[in-house]
Design a protein around this ligand. Structure first.
Ligand code: T4K
Length: 602
């Protein structure tokens, strides 16, 4: 009697049928003996649908508690961090994770293949190779003898190692890359397509093909593994330049023995800012706070300065450090930027300047503010700390008003670790500012006025320079993320977004939501707490507003009728955003918001 052997039931996590899930499905069909009974994926549009006649059973985010009636699961997700995290989660649930080896692959009898790994068609795994858990070795890859691959490594199509190579956890080896014998690659390194690795690499290194200068979007994102998906999600993260390129500039600086004093890289950064921002003059600074302080000082301002209270403390501090009185104007409730109408209402005979902010990168009402400043003969300064890469009516932010001040701190779109810059079309003013950032003197030590140490170090300038070519790309990536955020979150009642007016481009240095407590089911503070309990860290930018801070209550200031400022400050929450954030991370945040809220039943 012939008995038909019962097929093993398997669930595939990850449902990209035109991606790795499709490759896994094909391999299972070639192997035979498995019945794929479902996919699990975080894409909400796929829920309850059929893919190749196979149902989508639920969200990856629910894997911790979802019932799975299968003999095996397999994780078909290319992202190393996500795959590793899910592997650990599934192991905690005692689920069996299938190791899949395509029948056309050649695997030495003395090789060890870890649980949950995938070996693709025509791949070759040599003698004494040890492949740790949940690796992907793609089509036609060659892992030569005595090589060791760590946990959750990705090996692209046709990539190969020579003998005795050691590749640590979470590394990404791109399509067709080659690793020479006896090399050791540290964890989470990115080896770009076609690259040749001929020396040991420390963890998180990036190697792109020799001779290529430009990164592609994917390479850049992969170079900064989105660790948050595996662990905690922070409101901001720097997206850092490629280390080997930076290494060249750092060596050059060390060789020159000139570490500061407005030298080569500081000057290069200034030239880059002039070019990108279409502005006549640019000066680097150690941070935006000192830049703002010195700009106000060099303008010889007196009396009162009008500024928003809805901003970061540094905007107001620059005014107070100069012995000027802050007069707070209210903001527009939709754009969150200073209201030109309220600015005009608050002008007195003592007003000497307007200090506006492009909040979260959303360009302020530049033309209206310029008209008011001109009409009342006031200086106009923009705190553009968030706005490097923003555009107003097709012009880059950077050439408006009398001066604009930028920040390169660690949470900004382009970072130099700490750093700042001032741009202006007023060359004479910038000459004075240039003296000011050298304590107030030229080379003869005869100080013309009380300046400060406003020098950006050469190392910091080199980091910013490395990032500058990526500015437009990062702004586009952030705008794509915001579009997806808005799409997902607009399905939840009680969430309002910052309005970006037509003809303006925001950098989305921050992505903010405003919570309507009644419609959403809970207030901003409770949402922040609940997200924090899920490992998602948000910021209440800007709460308290400046006029409610202890330091400002203790000094002379004016703060009349700031109802929009107070409402926004009490209800706004900035959600995580950074240029290399993955869609998986974003989906996780949106789903967490959806899950933790208390919908209003009435
Ligand atoms: N004007 C405005 C309108 C500003 O917003 C700022 C500064 C300034 C002027 C002055 O610019 P600078 O003098 O700083 O150049 C941050 C930043 O330190 C500050 O630069 C920024 N604005 C402000 C809005 O935010 P915190 O204390 O709220 O953020 P922090 O340091 O907690 O960082 C947020 C998250 O980012 C962390 O939870 C983790 C992550 N992070 C941060 C840094 C610095 C990283 O992953 N890596 C990092 O290196 O002040």
């Amino acid at each position: 009697m012939i008995t038909k052997k019962k097929k093993q039931k398997i669930v595939i996590i990850g449902a990209r049928i035109d991606g790795h899930a499709g490759v896994v499905l094909d391999a299972l069909q070639s192997i035979g003996g498995y019945k794929v009974i479902g996919f699990i994926d975080n894409a909400r549009n796929l829920q309850d649908s059929l893919i190749n006649g196979i149902p989508v059973l639920g969200l990856t985010d629910d894997l911790g508690r979802m019932k799975i009636n299968a003999d095996y699961v397999h994780i078909a997700i290319g992202d190393n961090a996500a795959r590793g995290r899910l592997f650990n989660l599934l192991k905690k649930r005692n689920l069996k994770i299938a190791t899949i080896i395509h029948p056309s692959a050649t695997v030495s009898k003395r090789a060890v293949i870890g649980e949950g790994s995938f070996i693709g068609a025509r791949a070759v795994i040599g003698n004494n190779v040890i492949i740790d858990k949940v690796n992907i070795i793609n089509t036609g890859a060659i892992v030569e003898h005595d090589t060791k691959l760590g946990f959750s490594v990705y090996f692209g199509q046709g990539a190969k190692t020579e003998a005795r190579v050691k590749i640590d956890d979470f590394c990404f080896i791109g399509l067709g890359a080659a690793v020479l014998p006896d090399i050791h690659i540290g964890s989470a390194a990115l080896i770009g397509p076609g690259a040749i690795v001929d020396k040991d690499l420390p963890e998180k290194s990036t190697v792109i093909k020799y001779g290529e200068k430009k990164h592609t979007k994917n390479i850049y994102v992969e170079a900064n593994p989105d660790v948050s998906i595996a662990d905690k999600i922070y409101v901001a993260q720097p997206t850092l330049p490629d280390y080997p390129l930076l290494d060249g500039r750092f060596r050059d600086i060390a060789k020159s023995l000139l570490l500061s004093n407005f030298a080569k890289y500081s000057k290069e950064l200034e030239a880059e800012l002039r070019k990108r921002l279409s502005v006549k003059a640019a000066l680097t600074f150690p941070n935006a706070t000192s830049a703002l302080m010195l700009v106000l000082k060099a303008m010889n301002l007196t009396g009162e300065v009008i500024l928003p209270s809805f901003t970061f403390s540094a905007t107001g501090h620059a005014v107070v450090w100069n012995g000027l009185m802050p007069v707070f104007a209210d903001i527009d409730p939709d754009t969150f930027n200073i209201s030109p109408e309220d600015v005009e209402r608050k002008i007195t005979a003592k007003t000497s300047a307007i200090l506006a902010v492009h909040i979260f990168g959303n360009p302020a009402d530049v033309e209206k503010l310029e008209a008011i400043a001109k009409k009342h003969n006031l200086k106009l300064i923009f705190d553009s700390a968030h706005a490097l890469g923003s555009r107003y009516k097709d012009k880059p932010i950077g050439s408006f008003g009398d001066a604009e001040c930028f920040s390169f701190s660690g949470t900004k779109v382009i970072t130099s670790a700490e750093g700042g810059a001032v741009t202006s079309n007023d060359k004479k003013f910038m000459e004075k500012l240039s003296l000011g950032r050298n304590y107030g003197s030229g080379s003869n030590y005869d100080c013309q006025f009380i300046g400060l140490n406003g020098k950006m170090s050469e190392f910091h300038a080199a980091i910013a320079l490395e990032g500058m070519p990526l500015l437009d790309k990062f702004v586009r990536m952030r705008n794509d993320l915001v579009n997806l955020y808005r799409k997902r979150l607009s399905e939840i009642p009680g969430i309002i977004f910052q309005h970006i007016k037509d003809g303006r481009v925001s950098t989305f240095k921050d992505f903010s939501i405003v919570i309507n407590r009644r419609k959403f089911g809970m207030g901003r503070d409770e949402l922040a707490e609940r997200l924090s309990a899920e490992g998602i860290f948000t910021k209440k930018y800007f709460h308290p507003p400046l006029h409610k801070m202890a330091a400002y209550r203790a000094i002379k200031h004016r703060a009349e009728k700031l109802s929009n400022t107070e409402f926004l400050s009490n209800n706004i929450l900035c959600l995580p955003i950074y240029s290399h954030m993955t869609v998986d991370t974003l989906e996780k945040i949106c789903y967490a918001i959806y899950r933790v809220r208390k919908p209003n039943k009435h």
